[in-house]
Write a protein that binds this ligand. Structure first.
Ligand SMILES: NC(=O)c1ccc[n+]([C@@H]2O[C@H](COP(=O)([O-])OP(=O)(O)OC[C@H]3O[C@@H](n4cnc5c(N)ncnc54)[C@H](OP(=O)(O)O)[C@@H]3O)[C@@H](O)[C@H]2O)c1
Length: 241
């Protein structure tokens, strides 16, 4: 593999952390840019440069400007941001639980922030180098696979993200032909996001972040570069949109 730089957005994510460790150990990886709302307390990684962002349009623009000299060199991008619950909200089980504030907060993190990055990253990703951008979606965002209902905000935020990825892929195909956009479903992974829902998950279906990161980096390495967005699970199986 030719040498490359990686960009990991939402780098505090447990899965992102595992991916960063794997980039650190990869001799072809020259460096990692890790973007997060907060910087780690201590930095042990040597190749990784942390950049703080509040994910406002201004902040994303500034960071992309500062990465301009790496245009054509960053060829692995992970956009990991996503929330399902926090201290004041849990996934909705019925219509009476719908709140504008929850829909807005979840759409902002899961849909709008990844899309702002996809928009601002275009000039950095244009060029000759074969590049993959993995955006963390979820199987629950599949419109055709919705049999159980519920989890309105999260489900819809990921479905909307999928549509934005599909739509962006049409334009990327014209303006950055070397880029493959992947809507990625990690499977249920042992992270703070899935913590409250792990009890019903069989042990062999609850993945470690390390396993999922290994799967994802291998999928990115081997994916067909066809100018179309792909919606893939952790086992490299396509999901119906
Ligand atoms: N774990 C699972 O079972 C599972 C299943 C399906 C899909 N996913 C998806 O996988 C992705 C990674 O999740 P994870 O399991 O690794 O979860 P995690 O460890 O809880 O990470 C949370 C992620 O969301 C970002 N984030 C949290 N609150 C935010 C806010 N208010 N504004 C902007 N960003 C915010 C964090 O970015 P900072 O670095 O800026 O803090 C971090 O990237 C998510 O998109 C999730 O939906 C996870």
């Amino acid at each position: 593999m030719p040498s490359f730089y990686a960009l990991v957005i939402g780098a505090s994510s447990t899965i992102a952390q595992a991916a960063i460790q794997q980039f650190e150990a990869d001799k072809d990886c020259l460096g990692v840019f890790a973007i997060s709302r907060s910087l780690p307390n201590s930095e042990t990684a040597t190749k990784t440069q942390w950049l703080e962002s509040d994910y406002s349009e201004d902040s994303i623009q500034q960071i992309c400007k500062s990465l301009a000299s790496y245009s054509g060199k960053i060829s692995k991008v992970l956009i990991c941001n996503g929330i399902l619950h926090n201290d004041s909200m849990m996934p909705e089980r019925k219509l009476e639980e719908i709140r504008a504030s929850q829909l807005e907060a979840i759409f902002h993190t899961n849909t709008i922030i990844p899309m702002l990055w996809l928009s601002q990253l275009l000039p950095i990703l244009q060029g000759e180098q074969v590049t993959q951008v993995a955006l963390f979606s979820a199987r629950i965002g599949s419109i055709s696979d919705n049999k159980t209902g519920g989890w309105y905000s999260y489900r819809a935020s990921k479905a909307a993200l999928n549509m934005l990825i599909q739509t962006s892929s049409v334009e990327y195909a014209r303006r950055a032909k070397n880029v493959k956009l992947i809507a990625f479903h990690p499977g249920t992974t042992d992270t703070p996001l899935s913590k409250p829902f792990q009890r019903s998950v069989p042990k062999d279906k609850l993945f470690t972040a390390d396993f999922v990161a290994t799967q994802l980096l291998s999928i990115m390495e081997n994916v067909t570069m066809d100018n179309k967005a792909a919606y893939l699970d952790w086992n490299n199986q396509p999901i119906e949109w």
